[in-house]
Design a protein around this ligand. Structure first.
Ligand code: ADP
Length: 576
């Protein structure tokens, strides 16, 4: 009991730190997973930023190119060149020429098609002179739908107090003024030849909101007080150029969406469509050149990142680690318990062997001394004493043989000498030799040995001495533990590849709990019967080992009712 408590104490001492370490490792791993998750997210945001920077550079490059080309247009050929651009350059949606005095020289308001009319309407506030062409302007907007309000004043002026003229009226005005100014434009151009105007190279881009959409207008004014002209970018073309800069794929669980100023998705990378009210993990303004355009990152936490796999792997590794530690602990405990049991058994073995050696020696010595003193005159008594001496010395021999055999078997040194042996003959001889011992215990001898069908029926090739030792161990046990019974039954039966030699008794039998362990070395059933009888717990283990070595086996079966039955299975010769 005390030993069990000690083991339990050591188990607790072992398990508590192990579990604490495991819990600590799990917490660390969870933190690590969160850290990896966060850094994966951060790197995605960084990537997003890099994409936005690239988009910005692309737009800037497109705009710079267009600006330069606009500045490079021959001043005498502006209108013609711009019309050509409108037709051939996919980046140009509309073109215009405007005189700073407030006149739109191109497109001609009188011959406007639908697209051009919308264009002129969109920039009405600009072309009417209310909004100035200024360099580095921020976004302008036309929320009124009339196209006359810049976005940087949009918040303050989002509702114009009073629309002075109808749009149509304004267009007419513009056309009228453009007609009037046609001549000054030409004369201005001609004037360049005569007296060159001062080159100022003014330029700029106007992000312009109209009809809930962003338009971008680029303009240049090469010479002071001279015409301002430019183009409106074609969105579809610009977007198709931008898409090239976007990554083709995203990490699992991540979706990148490019949104315009109204929140419409212009392009998406990643398969999952974000939910309507889904909160973005990160939002970045794409570029100052695309006001209100944003890049939004959506993350599905369940699917995102290698960190999930990392955590699963870590938990598996941790579980393996725990199982390994606990198994090692269990194994060590079992080994310790077994060693302790072995040590106990060895101690009890030594004391029981000493006792077994002492008992026959004491009898032999006592009777031998009596006979030596010549005081015993009765012949019968002398004979009895001599037979006691013979019996006891035989017992001593058996015991010593067992101990010696045990040592040899343990070290694998036992050798066998097989010779042909008729088992029926062997059994009859054995019974004859030991019948006196059996009768002394008041036990009947019963045999069940069917007549052999052929003369070789019970013939085997085996080690006779080893088999005799097996027989003696089984018979000794029956005499020791089943003396309260009525008989000992010897059976010989032919069974396929074996001949079974059974030694059965009708004694008290073996308690169920011990039946599996009786073949273990030093094991003795822990009952009152065993404690009365001398023994070392080696007999059955030696007998079974010998039979195994000879290719057979030793099996225990309880007898129906009471008693035990041990079957020595002796291997038949292989048929030639
Ligand atoms: P030993 O007889 O020296 O104790 P054995 O290995 O021969 O060792 O037997 C192991 C145990 O099996 C015995 O201690 C006894 O409890 C039990 N046993 C063996 N044979 C019999 C039997 N015929 N009847 C009852 N118990 C038996």
């Amino acid at each position: 009991m005390k030993r069990n408590k000690t083991i339990l104490f050591y188990w607790v001492l072992f398990m508590v730190p192990t579990l604490l370490i495991a819990a600590g490792a799990y917490t660390l791993l969870s933190h690590e997973q969160e850290r990896i998750h966060a850094s994966a997210k951060a790197s995605l945001v960084q990537r997003m930023q890099a994409v936005c920077d690239t988009l910005h550079i692309t737009i800037e490059a497109v705009q710079d190119n267009l600006e330069q080309s606009l500045l490079d247009i021959d001043p005498g050929n502006i209108e013609k060149e711009l019309i050509r651009w409108e037709k051939t350059n996919p980046l140009v949606r509309n073109a215009f020429v405007y005189h700073p005095s407030g006149r739109l020289l191109y497109p001609d308001s009188l011959v406007l098609d639908y697209e051009r009319r919308r264009f002129v309407t969109r920039y009405e506030s600009l072309f009417s002179g209310r909004v100035k062409f200024e360099q580095d302007q921020t976004a302008f907007s036309d929320v009124s739908g009339g196209g006359d309000l810049p976005a940087n004043r949009f918040m303050a002026d989002s509702k114009p107090k009073k629309r002075k003229k109808s749009v149509r009226q304004k267009l007419l005005d513009l056309s009228r003024s453009s007609k009037k100014e046609k001549a000054p434009l030409q004369s201005a151009a001609q004037a360049v030849d005569k007296e060159p105007a001062k080159y100022v190279g003014k330029k700029g881009w106007l992000p312009w909101f109209s009809e809930n959409q962003l338009f971008i207008l680029g303009w240049v004014q090469p010479y002071e007080n001279n015409s301002i002209y430019g183009i409106e970018l074609e969105w579809v073309t610009l977007l198709s150029r931008l898409v090239v800069d976007l990554p083709k794929q995203m990490e699992k669980g991540a979706v990148l969406v490019l949104r315009d100023g109204s929140g419409n998705s212009m392009h998406q990378i990643g398969r999952r469509v974000p939910l309507k009210d889904e909160k973005a993990a990160a939002m970045i303004t794409v570029s100052p050149l695309l006001p209100h355009w944003q890049m939004a990152l959506f993350i599905d936490e369940k699917e995102f990142g290698a960190s999930k796999g990392f955590m699963t792997l870590s938990v598996i590794v941790l579980a393996i680690f725990l199982v390994a530690i606990i198994s090692a602990g269990t194994l060590l405990t079992r080994i310790t318990l077994k060693n302790m049991k072995d040590a106990r058994q060895k101690t009890s073995f030594v004391s029981s062997v000493s006792h077994e050696l002492k008992t026959p020696l004491t009898s032999i010595r006592m009777y031998a001394e009596l006979l030596l003193s010549k005081r015993v005159k009765d012949e019968n008594k002398t004979e009895t004493y001599l037979s006691v001496i013979v019996n006891e010395s035989q017992r001593l021999t058996r015991l010593i043989n067992n101990v010696l055999d045990f040592a040899r078997l343990e070290q694998g040194r036992k050798t066998y000498q097989s010779t042909p042996l008729a088992l029926d003959q062997f059994l009859t001889e054995m019974i004859d030799i030991h019948q006196i011992r059996i009768s002394e215990k008041n036990l009947q001898i019963r045999t069940d040995m069917p007549e052999p069908m052929g003369k070789d029926d019970y013939r085997v090739t085996t080690d006779r001495d080893a088999l005799e030792q097996v027989f003696l161990n089984l018979l000794d046990n029956a005499l020791k533990y089943a003396a309260s019974g009525r008989y000992i039954l010897f059976v010989l039966e032919n069974d396929d590849a074996y001949i079974n030699l059974k030694i059965c008794d009708d004694g008290p039998g073996i308690p169920v709990a011990h039946r599996k362990m009786i073949f273990e070395k030093f094991h003795r059933a822990d009952d009152s019967l065993t404690s009365k009888e001398p023994g070392s717990g080696l007999g059955l283990s030696i007998a079974r080992q010998i039979l195994h070595d000879l290719g057979g086996d030793l099996i225990f079966e309880p007898m129906p009712g009471n008693g035990s039955c041990f079957t020595a299975r002796i291997k038949k010769d292989d048929p030639e």
